[in-house]
Design a protein around this ligand. Structure first.
Ligand code: ADP
Ligand code: MG
Length: 391
């Protein structure tokens, strides 16, 4: 007589409201775009390990992320990246208390790889798990004590604060309150700031990703050489816009006879002047939001927060206007799994749990978790995803 195990999801039951240990060990998995990352976090703030596998060499020949290639590379490395995070932590799966995984927004093919892997791990090891909003992850990164090279340690950061998410796919300002969801104050009307860096880098013949390449070249240039427009500076409100700035760079380039006609120093001047325009516009909008909100702290997160000029100018604005700017360490600015484990821990601690039918979502407004709302109904509040720590 053969014995059969019951593999139906019914054997996996972690329900909403279950208690979670205060110093719980959470494995985070992130694969929303072109990074596969895994990390272990203790108590929602202490980084035990972090492993990130980037795909620059996969996408750089194309000057941008090719979604199909991104998912294929994720499938190839997911198991190794998770193993690396666990072995760096000196832990086995049985030591974990929970799992957190990015459920959206992002490239669906990419998201599905991390998500499916996390679901399998949760099921096989009977671990509670939650799907995390990628941008909530970016915001919470500022609340994690970094071992890295951050210029201000954010380990005592807790709401309320203003959050500026500035990355390849997003540029937006949020009010992060003690209670409830982050509130959108303003966002880009067209391109994200990181996207502008990437597009302008392409115009200037620089490799992908464009941000680091422009910033390196800009060090040798004169930021006042070309007076590029400061987008939206005369408009009220907190929205951003970067596609006009990109066009201004392309027009200036054409006026000078194209890239081939530029001397190395002119090229560096273009990079520096563009970088200065982006930094000034971000700082200008952020300062205005800080004044309007009467906030004491701003957390600047996402890939573009790695930019040296932006950091310097935001700190200078803070010193002038009386607010403190918190930047996560560089390694927590770009996509990573520490931030997913951190946001996940905050949810798990609140008793939030997801089921094995969790799906990936390409577009999700911040704070919303349609994967949870679908199942439980909005009125329960189970789908709400506040940012900060409970304590
Ligand atoms: P997303 O997940 O939205 O693609 P990330 O948070 O991974 O974004 O950040 C990637 C973006 O950050 C890219 O657009 C890249 O050009 C930009 N970036 C990275 N480092 C820098 C830098 N030093 N200066 C400006 N932009 C940067
Ligand atoms: Mg990102």
């Amino acid at each position: 007589m053969s014995t059969r195990r019951d593999y139906s999801p019914m054997t996996y039951s972690h329900s909403q409201g279950d208690a979670f240990p205060e110093d719980g060990l959470v494995l985070g998995i992130e694969s929303s775009c072109d990074e596969m990352a895994a990390a272990v976090l203790r108590g929602g703030r202490e980084i035990v390990s972090s492993s990130v596998h980037g795909q620059e060499s996969v996408h750089s020949p194309y000057g941008g992320v090719v979604p199909e290639l991104a998912s294929r590379d994720h499938v190839r490395v997911v198991s190794n990246v998770v193993s690396a995070a666990l072995s760096e932590a000196g832990l086995g799966l049985s030591d974990l208390d929970g799992l957190a995984v990015t459920a959206g927004p992002g490239l669906v093919g990419s998201l599905l790889v991390g998500l499916s892997f996390a679901k399998a791990l949760a099921y096989a090891n009977d671990l509670p798990f939650v799907g995390v909003h990628h941008l909530v992850g970016h915001l919470v990164a500022a609340e994690v004590a970094g071992k890295g090279d951050g210029d201000v340690a954010g380990d005592d950061l807790a709401p309320p604060y203003v959050g500026l998410v500035v990355s390849g796919g997003h540029t937006a300002l949020y009010r992060v309150g003690v209670e409830g969801l982050p509130v959108l104050l303003g966002e880009t009307r067209d391109d994200a700031a990181g996207e502008a860096f990437d597009k302008v880098a392409k115009l200037l013949g620089l490799p992908y990703p464009g941000g680091p390449a422009i910033s390196k070249l800009a060090e040798q240039g004169d930021p006042t050489a070309v007076n590029f427009p400061r987008p939206m500076s005369k408009r009220p409100g907190f929205d951003f816009s970067y596609s006009g700035l990109k066009t201004a760079v392309s027009v200036e380039l054409a006026k000078r006879g194209g890239l081939a006609a530029l001397s190395p120093s002119e090229r560096a001047d273009m990079a520096a002047s563009f970088e200065a325009a982006v930094a000034e516009s971000l700082v200008g909008r952020a300062s205005r939001a800080m004044r309007a909100e009467g906030a004491a702290r701003i957390a600047v997160v996402g890939g573009v927060a790695a930019n040296g000029r932006l950091r310097k100018e935001m700190h200078a604005a803070g010193a002038r206007d009386g607010f403190e700017a918190i930047f996560p360490p560089m390694n927590l600015c770009t996509d990573n799994a520490v931030m997913i484990a951190a946001a996940g821990t905050r949810l798990l601690s609140r008793g939030v749990r997801d089921g094995l039918d969790l799906e990936a979502f390409s577009r999700v407004p911040i704070g919303e978790s349609p994967w949870r709302e679908q199942e439980k109904g909005r009125e329960s509040g189970a789908g709400q995803e506040p940012v900060g720590a409970t304590s």
